[in-house]
Design a protein around this ligand. Structure first.
Ligand SMILES: [Zn+2]
Length: 366
């Protein structure tokens, strides 16, 4: 691979979790449109995501669960037993027309990203990052778990030590659970404390599990502090052969589902710092429920990976893509003018609180 590769698919444009779901908003499709309008992507650095095969999905998920998601998509309905067994058919993990093909494509994209990165380079699959998916059931909007599948693929390709860094507002519980007993995979998660799924409250150094449960209002300086004092040293000490980074955009101040307060600049700095630690990196998306915040953040990640400026005034064509978005949330009635004008948020500096400093204890992975 010569430069960073962007992985996407048109399936995300034509599908949604349903009208009232937080994921009813455009995300990956808008990122692709913005990157194209900015001239940041062309045939040379774009890969259309394959859909993961059943054999690839069952590398982690149980065959009965994979078959059930396919059947529920085909039938367009979940039975009472499906709700009970697979946690599908409730508001959280609803039945919708592409409910198998869409997450299977997100997984195919992350597996492809692993295959590309394994030979050196960075691959970004913004549709990935479904970090709550469990072996035999759906959880937290995630039907399948693409970070787990990407890590398995990297290991199959001979990369023995993999570091997983997750900066989504929610704990990366599905990934941690799989690798907690594997000292060759370091899992790092920085997430809002006292928020669903309420796990990730402490670290387990002997198992290479580092958790940073952060307080409400986490600002850019606190994020930079934790990166510099905890995350980067932990990954450096671990000496990974490859890195998988989950960049959920729900830790941003303008996101409706968390109470963290980062600007997208903090996320771009984190991407810069983490990708500097290995020449083989897979970057995936994750949460993010304000369409403007998500699209500006992930488009900016792609810009950052390519050394592009992200604080420039957008062209009229690019602004139009952002202005065309409708969002049925109270925050969507009065979008900020800045959300159309430039990709970069205003910096969100602040004091590093004692409770954040206290998280930076000694952590030495095995
Ligand atoms: Zn999240």
């Amino acid at each position: 691979m010569t430069g960073p590769v962007l992985i996407g698919s048109e399936i995300y444009r034509g599908s949604s979790y349903g009208r009232n779901h937080p994921l009813s908003i455009p995300r990956v499709s808008l990122v692709l449109d913005l990157c194209r309008a900015l001239g940041w992507v062309d045939e040379a650095n774009y890969v259309d995501s394959p859909q993961a095969t059943t054999a690839q999905l069952t590398r982690f998920h149980t065959p009965d669960y994979v078959a059930a998601v396919q059947r529920i998509e085909r039938d367009g309905r979940a039975t009472a037993e499906d709700r009970e067994t697979y946690n599908i058919g409730y508001m959280e993990n609803p039945v919708f027309p592409e409910m198998f093909r869409r997450p299977a494509t997100a997984c195919g994209g992350s597996i492809k990203a692993a295959e590309l990165a394994a030979f050196g380079g960075v691959a970004f699959n913004p549709a990935g990052g479904l970090h709550h998916g469990q072996k035999g059931k759906a959880s937290g909007f995630c039907f399948f778990n693409d970070p787990v599948l990407a890590i398995f693929r990297l290991k199959e390709l001979g990369l023995q030590r993999v570091a997983y860094v997750d900066i989504d507002a929610h704990h990366g519980d599905g990934v941690e659970a799989v690798f907690a007993d594997d000292p060759a995979v370091l899992t790092v998660s920085m997430h809002e404390r006292d928020r669903w799924p309420f796990s990730g409250t402490s670290s387990i150094p002997d198992s290479a599990v580092l958790n940073l449960p952060v307080p409400k209002g986490l600002n850019d300086d606190e994020c930079a502090f934790l990166l510099g004092e905890c995350i980067v040293p932990a990954v450096e000490t671990f000496r990974p052969d490859a890195i998988v980074m989950q960049c959920g955009a729900d830790a941003l101040k303008d996101d409706p589902l968390s109470k963290l307060a980062l600007s997208n600049r903090a996320i771009w700095s984190a991407v810069d710092a983490v990708t500097a630690l290995s020449d083989k990196c897979v970057i995936v998306g994750g949460g993010g429920y304000n369409p403007w915040s998500v699209a500006r953040c992930w488009t900016g990640i792609w810009g950052t990976l390519n050394g592009q400026a992200t604080d420039m005034e957008l062209s009229l064509e690019t602004r139009a893509l952002l202005q065309d978005i409708e969002w049925r949330h109270s925050l969507g009635r009065n979008p900020k003018k800045r959300w159309f004008r430039t990709l970069a948020d205003k910096p969100r500096p602040g004091p590093v609180r004692d409770c954040v400093r206290a998280l930076a204890g000694r952590f030495k992975a095995a």
